[in-house]
Unconditional design. Structure first.
Length: 262
């Protein structure tokens, strides 16, 4: 016979699990966009928290009052936010690469409003972002984010966080260097083609000074840039692979920064 009895300790434990899972869901990619209703996010977080509460071994939480319980809630919220945000921030790689491409094409001032993120982004960066998000959605990358927050309880139990802020800062610093390196690698085809075009325009301006190379070069840069983007579509799986590897590395880095092996 099914036993649906529970105690106040079970409810308190469930709320702590829900805080970590909900914080990760609201900050994680695919879930943090405006198009996903809040009811869906709350429902997903609640279902995952219920399943985790029934699977995880219940702990004896040693606290004496509401203030200490509130501190545990804050620690669980920070843990979930760091895991979700570390996965979500990796999307800025393609936005950075797209901004570089627009600068080379002469479309740096052409911005568009993205209603999903409520931010003004470059055209090429927004285009690449949608394609990479579609690739990650097809490959079920959002499963990895959910598994990451579920598996985090094996290393970081409830109220077992030991925040190593220097290690977390080192992780974000390494991400910034990776963002610049990967972003330039993504924009390298466009940068190389535009460099060759600039060299040709420079030679033409010396050979035929009567021609206005500035007026001609603007149209040629846009046409060549669109042509490069057309052929670079086949490189989108490789770009998504770069983003996935960096996402996994940063998530592992954040989790390691919140526990000690000893």
């Amino acid at each position: 016979m099914f036993n649906a009895t529970f105690t106040i300790q079970t409810v308190e434990y469930f709320l702590l699990v829900l805080v970590r899972v909900a914080s990760c869901i609201f900050a994680a990619p695919f879930f943090n966009i405006r198009g996903v209703p809040n009811r869906t996010k709350i429902g997903v977080a609640g279902c995952i928290a219920i399943m985790l509460t029934s699977v995880l071994p219940e702990q004896n939480l040693a606290y004496t009052g509401i203030m200490e319980y509130g501190m545990i809630v804050m620690k669980e919220g920070i843990t979930g936010l760091l895991i979700g945000f570390s996965a979500s921030i990796c999307n800025s790689i393609v936005l950075f690469a797209g901004r570089i491409m627009d600068m080379e094409m002469g479309l740096a001032m052409a911005q568009e409003y993205n209603p999903l993120t409520q931010m003004t982004e470059s055209i090429t960066g927004n285009f690449y972002n949608y394609l990479v998000m579609l690739m990650l959605l097809i490959t079920n990358m959002y499963h990895y984010v959910i598994r990451a927050v579920c598996d985090s309880y094996q290393l970081i139990p409830i109220n077992g966080q030991i925040f190593q802020w220097d290690y977390l800062l080192k992780g974000f610093t390494s991400f910034m260097s990776s963002l610049i390196m990967i972003g330039f690698r993504i924009a390298l085809p466009m940068f190389a083609c535009m460099t060759v075009l600039n060299c040709i325009l420079g030679i033409m301006s010396k050979v035929a000074p009567q021609m206005n190379m500035f007026a001609v070069g603007m149209q040629m840069k846009v046409l060549l840039g669109l042509l490069v983007l057309f052929f670079a579509i086949s490189l989108i799986p490789g770009v998504a692979d770069f983003v996935v590897k960096e996402m996994r590395r940063l998530v592992v880095y954040m989790v390691k920064g919140m526990y000690t092996s000893g």
